[in-house]
Design a protein around this ligand. Sequence first.
Ligand SMILES: NC(=O)c1ccc[n+]([C@@H]2O[C@H](COP(=O)([O-])OP(=O)(O)OC[C@H]3O[C@@H](n4cnc5c(N)ncnc54)[C@H](OP(=O)(O)O)[C@@H]3O)[C@@H](O)[C@H]2O)c1
Length: 326
Amino acid sequence: MKYMTAFLIAAMMMISGCGTEDTNVPVNSDSENTENKPDKDENGETTYLPEGFNFETRSVKLNSGYEMPIIGIGTYLLTNAQAEESVYNALKVGMRLIDTADIYGNEVGVGRGIRRAMNDFGIKREDIFVTSKLWTSQFAQADDEIDERLERLGLDYVDLLLLHHTAPNDEHAYQAMERGVKAGKIHSIGISNFYEDDIDRLMKIAKITPAVIQNETHPYHQSRSVKQHIAPLGTIMESWFPLGGKGTGIKTLSQHDVITSIAKAHDKSPYQVLLRWQLQSGNIAIPGSTNAAHIAEDFDIFDFELTSDDMKKIDDLDQNHRFASY
Ligand SMILES: NC(=O)c1ccc[n+]([C@@H]2O[C@H](COP(=O)([O-])OP(=O)(O)OC[C@H]3O[C@@H](n4cnc5c(N)ncnc54)[C@H](OP(=O)(O)O)[C@@H]3O)[C@@H](O)[C@H]2O)c1
């Protein structure tokens, strides 16, 4: 069970004082486990879940020590007004994770939705997990950008800040995020749209190991080699386009025979099956939606469980096919 073992090693390094602040854990160089398949436990059963991934609390304990909800709302392509409504509706039904980014241009709306929901539903700030991302054009002046985003969101801190993409100055921006952690402006930091070589490059300068990597991940593109690569770091995969993304992706996946037949067997929708597969695969999912009923449906995935046969059938759909070109 190399995946779990590797995670334990990373956890032990943190406990022994090499963690959080000073961790620069080498990336996985385990040449035996190079096949693109999930690990097996001691009984030969397939295992998916990273240590700390908890269906009871609906959260995962990050390598930064913070708890992160495993399902939440995405806000890509949402206007400020739409983001405000979606965030409000997500918090209303019980979601506690929100994903935004500077480049979405909706951080102001996200902040409004958070404040409205806190007022109306009595939710505490510390029970909400807000993620945003530094865009590439902000990397050179990342320290200032961190402050400006807190102002836009109307928050004292963000729970997670990600580098949105690799770009010149990304290492400088990562170090600015590390300074943001020290200053209490950010709890956890991570990366997005990074693959193996760039992860290795970043790890050479990182003092804080990325807590999360957010990459395109769904049944047609399961990100197995990246997940294997980050497992020794204790970094968690967060899936963007968990439903395939707006457009052809969501149709392709939600109308696929394998997904519709599993949905029928569990009396759930194809979207719920796609999201449940994400969680049972050990991925955090952030489905985007402007529809209150869809948001409620996307959160209603804790009363059923995909069987190992269901999981295998969906795993077998992997074809390294992306629905986005970036
Ligand atoms: N880091 C990155 O580079 C990156 C890139 C892309 C996205 N992201 C993040 O990942 C999030 C998810 O990606 P995404 O929003 O582009 O794609 P997605 O979540 O895969 O799919 C969104 C689509 O699913 C539909 N949908 C959601 N729930 C549904 C349901 N229960 N029934 C029917 N349709 C449903 C939405 O339509 P309705 O509005 O009608 O519900 C929307 O068209 C984004 O919102 C963003 O926060 C990050």
